[in-house]
Design a protein. Structure first.
Length: 246
């Protein structure tokens, strides 16, 4: 039964409770019961479950067995291409450095409020905010990204986009966290930072790039569509909390 769940040490340490992720993406009632039994035996407090949006049987079983729907995971794919960002006064793009962090960390803590970690209030906003700050710090240090594209406006770092190269699996790139300071929006920086990143991916010899966003993030989806991205998959996130563990 232990093979049905994967313990997540980082999530557990950060949020202060034992968290695991369901290994199978498709389950029947027997598998669900075994999975929940594995959670009890390993003293799990919260279990993540990711399900294909078309798998109505698993979705129904999840709801019947006490899982809460928390998010729509939308994966889009588009071409890596050499495309210059649109010209804008006082705006420029470059690869980031750790000296950018003092300006970018407050943006990270305020830019991801549509994610499932805010939809599930039991994680707490402060912990969710700091998770994205840590994610950006580790990306800038090269631990969770191969590059971070930074946007500057009037000489100040006002936006970021993390980029990962996935050569061993499919020779594809992945765009991760993206954030723009509220005061810098409306300057074309959003689409510009993605265009700079797509050119960087092409320079790495890649042809395709993936990006994941929330189903509710219509603004981001419109930017990706303008860049030629199309939907690759739609999945649903569920969380189950074991309240008897307190």
């Amino acid at each position: 039964m232990s093979g049905l769940i994967t313990f997540l040490p980082w999530d557990s340490a950060h949020f202060g409770c034992r968290i695991a992720r369901a290994t199978p993406r498709q389950i029947d009632q027997s598998a669900c019961e075994n999975m929940l039994a594995a959670c009890h035996s390993q003293a799990i407090d919260c279990l993540y479950l990711l399900v294909d949006a078309n798998d109505h049987k698993t979705i129904s079983l999840a709801q019947v067995n006490g899982f809460d729907f928390v998010d729509i995971r939308l994966t889009m794919v588009g071409p890596a291409c050499e495309r210059q960002p649109p010209p804008a006064p006082n705006v420029s793009y470059r690869l980031g450095r750790e000296s950018d962090l003092p300006s970018l960390l407050p943006i990270a803590s305020a830019s991801h409020r549509l994610s499932r970690f805010y939809a599930d209030a039991r994680f707490g906003r402060r912990k969710a905010d700091s998770m994205y700050e840590i994610w950006l710090e580790k990306s800038m240090a090269g631990e969770m990204a191969d590059a971070v594209v930074v946007a500057e406006f009037a000489g100040e770092s006002v936006g970021y986009l993390t980029c990962m190269v996935d050569r061993p699996i499919a020779a594809e790139g992945n765009m991760g966290l993206a954030g723009i300071a509220g005061a810098a929006r409306g300057q074309g920086i959003g689409i510009g930072i993605f265009q700079y990143a797509l050119a960087w991916f092409q320079q790495q010899g890649l042809e395709r790039v993936n990006v994941v966003t929330q189903g509710s993030n219509v603004v981001a989806q419109r930017i990706y569509q303008r860049l030629g991205f199309k939907t690759r998959s739609v999945e649903l996130w569920f969380h189950k909390w074991f309240d008897e563990r307190g």
